[in-house]
Design a protein around this ligand. Structure first.
Ligand code: A2P
Length: 318
């Protein structure tokens, strides 16, 4: 399995298992099966509401001697209601307790959007804190403290634009090492990737398969189905593989890590096997033409009436 190597020599497997949308009652079996198949990177978050079950599965795999803690790469994310220097460590300790772990490999700020403590999801603009009231640098200081306390080996961000990342890099003592963002052929993000590469920040691609199982409220009308894209389907046919495997191979070949979600044993196996597929330069050229700058997870849920967020201020794009 290809890996990304960090400054301290730690190596993150590029292909991980996503657990967003994996339902309680299903996610544990999926994680256990994934580890049996050879997955060594599991992507979690407290807001997914399933970390305790993920943790049970990891614990069972370790207890059964299938894997050691050191062989696994476990990522989790700080939810938006725990922004602020003093809130990070307690939130991370809750995640560690849920996962049954002594440390994380990577902890990310999930969104650059602080919401009121105690609010899980904002119902009105009042539930969001004005960004100026809680600067991201203040939350980052808490992330640095958590890393220094040994609760996580690495720290990073998610859903950060180039501008927000640049601002943070100007204020940090310990650098963010990862930016996890939506990325797939319909949203290729070349500028963000170039900016992250120049800053030495590794990029993890989420929703690599187009997240077709997103809740209806997060879906636009007439959204294209990435897995049915004719160019992707044709490339898959040429290679005798599946469209999902083409989408995963495309990320890995670009040097990105990616976290396709599945709770289906056959698809877990299929997705892992994508690491062996080599796309040709002609395939890559064709995929490059598919970019539509289409965000599937566009953060519209933050733009409530009375909130100060706009699409422009969230993504720093006009
Ligand atoms: P399932 O969990 O039933 O396998 P993303 O990773 O972009 O969020 O996409 C996840 C969605 O893609 C889920 O609906 C998942 O369903 C589905 N999926 C995962 N792997 C495959 C695959 N190899 N072929 C088709 N669909 C897949």
């Amino acid at each position: 399995m290809c890996t990304a190597t960090f400054a301290n020599g730690d190596r993150m497997p590029l292909l991980g298992l996503g657990t967003w949308k994996s339902a309680p009652g299903e996610v544990g079996a999926a994680v256990r099966e994934a580890i049996r198949l050879g997955y060594r990177h599991i992507d979690c978050a407290s807001v997914y509401g399933n970390e305790a079950e993920v943790g049970e599965a990891i614990g069972a795999a370790i207890a059964a001697g299938e894997v050691t803690r050191e062989e696994l790469w476990i990522t989790s994310k700080l939810w938006c209601n725990a922004h602020g220097r003093d809130n990070v460590e307690p939130a991370l300790r809750r995640t560690l307790a849920d996962l049954g772990l002594a440390w994380l490999d990577l902890y990310l700020i999930h969104w650059p959007v602080p919401i009121r403590p105690g609010v899980a999801f904002p119902a009105s603009g009042d539930d969001l804190l004005p960004p100026a009231q809680l600067p991201l640098a203040d939350t980052w200081a808490g992330m640095e403290g958590a890393q220094e306390a040994g609760l996580t080996r690495h720290i990073g961000v998610s859903n950060f634009s180039s501008r927000k990342l640049r601002d943070l890099l100007g204020h940090c003592r310990l650098r963010p090492e990862v930016n996890q963002v939506e990325r797939h052929p319909l949203l290729q993000q070349p500028q963000l990737l170039a900016d992250c590469a120049a800053a030495g920040v590794h990029v993890t691609a989420y929703s690599p398969l187009g997240s077709g199982d997103r809740p209806a409220a997060l879906k636009g009308a007439d959204e294209p189905m990435l897995l049915e894209n004719p160019v992707i389907v044709a490339i898959a046919a040429e290679h005798g593989c599946s469209p999902a495997q083409v989408l995963i191979a495309w990320q890995l070949q670009g040097g990105l890590s990616t976290i396709p979600k599945s709770v289906n044993p056959a698809r877990l196996r299929e997705n892992l096997a994508a690491a062996a597929i080599e796309l040709t330069p002609a395939d890559l050229e064709q995929i490059a033409t598919l970019d539509q700058h289409l965000r599937l997870v566009n953060g519209a849920f933050w733009l409530l009436e009375g909130s100060l967020w706009t699409m422009e201020s969230l993504w720093d794009e006009v």
